[in-house]
Design a protein around this ligand. Structure first.
Ligand SMILES: Cc1ncc(COP(=O)(O)O)c(C=O)c1O
Length: 421
């Protein structure tokens, strides 16, 4: 970070009036020093930081940017609805149209409820599962992220053991571990709360093993528990349906958020008839949950999802990126591990436990105008082009070369020292 940069100045001002200067998943606290904290604007696949540096953005706002920042059609739908009204005394009919559109798109869904953040949707899923079963225990995969509510976060500050009671953890894709957790829950199993794929931070991603997904369905059917798939992060980047449709498994509930309105604030919980009565029995609401303008944006986004080749486009770009990076890393003598769906890639280096090499390489990419994340899965958006991928590959070639001469690539990474402690 340049000492006299605008970003530095904003950070100094933030320190005075924002706890920690910044909080949550968009904090740069665990990123290399030169990563900007503040951004000025975005368009398509590009971001401009507070100092005006243009960056090809592979984070896509941590997911919400699916069709491109500032998409003309989607934003026009949003703005048009703003003119008519947004937060009103009741919802507009757009809510019904949006529920109909989701039910038509997502094969397991018979109904939809809308909220704001992904964490609202996962919280509602827990309540509905418990209301339906009149039981308490959740089986979840160790390390899976389901939001920042106290019941599912991994930090301990401000979280009580009671907040996290009635949970049993299993290992993702490990059928025996899932079976053991379900057995341990005994007659109190409310839900198997599943991630659509293993997309935990700091480690390689893993696609769902169909046998694991099928066993989760069977165990829920056998015990009367509810199967939840948390598609907040992966939704619409894996399938035009719930992500587990790819492995032939239909959940009872799926949670959605992030990209469903291309960055406008709305999330959703979708469910089958099995849990409809329970869904109507829980008290779930928020002052802004019925905003009409994000619903208009979601309708426009889902229209694009249904009627464009956005998914095939980002899959092709992701494959091009993966192959090109493999070739360049190998040519430069680096062992790059690429994991997850090509539309949500993660790049880690082999034998790099404190991600020092990852930090050095990502910093070199940033200097070349490409914003990557060293330890969190990234996201592709439909506004990206083949030329953007080729620009990234050119940058990667230079970055691999530069890393050879970068002393930080061989120096312990103090920022992520906890990974090797
Ligand atoms: C899988 C998953 N579930 C839930 C959430 C929580 O979503 P939000 O941050 O919008 O509350 C996230 C956020 O990253 C997520 O990745």
């Amino acid at each position: 970070m340049r000492a006299n940069s605008r970003d530095r100045q904003w950070r100094d001002r933030a320190e005075a009036v924002i706890p920690g200067g910044m909080y949550g998943h968009q904090s740069t606290r665990l990123l290399p020093d030169d990563y900007p904290q503040f951004f000025a604007r975005a368009k398509g696949a590009r971001l401009w930081d507070a100092d005006g540096q243009e960056l090809l953005d592979f984070m896509c706002a941590y997911g919400p940017n699916l069709m491109g920042y500032g998409d003309a059609e989607i934003d026009a739908a949003y703005i048009e609805q703003l003119r008519h009204g947004d937060t009103l005394t009741g919802p507009t009919p757009l809510m019904v149209e949006l529920a109909e559109r989701f039910v038509a798109l997502v094969s397991h869904a018979d109904w939809a409820m809308f909220c704001k953040n992904g964490g609202d949707a996962t919280q509602m899923a827990v309540m509905i599962a418990r209301a339906h079963t009149r039981r308490k225990t959740l089986v979840m995969a160790r390390g899976a992220y389901h939001g920042a509510n106290p019941w599912c976060q991994t930090r301990t500050a401000g979280v009580t053991p009671g907040d996290k009671a009635h949970q049993i953890l299993c290992d993702y894709n490990d059928v025996a571990s899932l079976e053991a957790a379900v057995a341990q829950a005994g007659d109190d199993l409310a839900a198997v709360f599943a991630a659509p794929l293993k997309h935990d931070a700091f480690i390689d991603q893993a696609l769902p093993d169909p046998a694991y997904a099928r066993r989760a369905r069977e165990l829920c059917d056998a015990t009367g528990a509810v199967l939840v798939v948390d598609d907040v992060r992966a939704g619409l980047r894996v399938a035009r349906d719930c992500s587990w449709s790819k492995v032939g498994v239909a959940p009872d509930l799926s949670s959605w958020g992030k990209c469903i309105a291309n960055g406008h604030p709305i999330s959703a919980l979708l469910g089958s008839d099995k849990v409809r009565k329970a869904a109507s029995s829980v008290y779930a609401t928020g002052s802004f949950w019925f905003q009409a303008a994000p619903m208009a944006a979601a309708l426009a986004t889902l229209h694009r999802v249904r009627h464009s080749d956005y998914l095939e486009h980002i899959e092709a770009l992701g494959a091009r990126l993966r192959e090109g990076l493999d070739a360049r890393a190998t040519a430069a003598g680096f062992k790059l591990k690429q994991s997850g769906p090509s539309t949500m890639p993660l790049f880690l280096f082999e034998d790099d436990p404190d991600i020092r090499l990852g930090f050095a390489w990502c910093s070199q990419m940033l200097a070349r105008g490409v914003y990557l994340h060293p330890w969190h899965n990234m996201f592709l958006c439909a506004a990206m082009t083949t030329a953007d991928i080729d620009e990234t590959l050119d940058a990667a070639e230079g970055a691999f070369e530069a890393v050879r001469h970068d002393p930080s690539a061989t120096t312990p990474n103090a920022r992520l020292a906890f990974l090797v402690a």
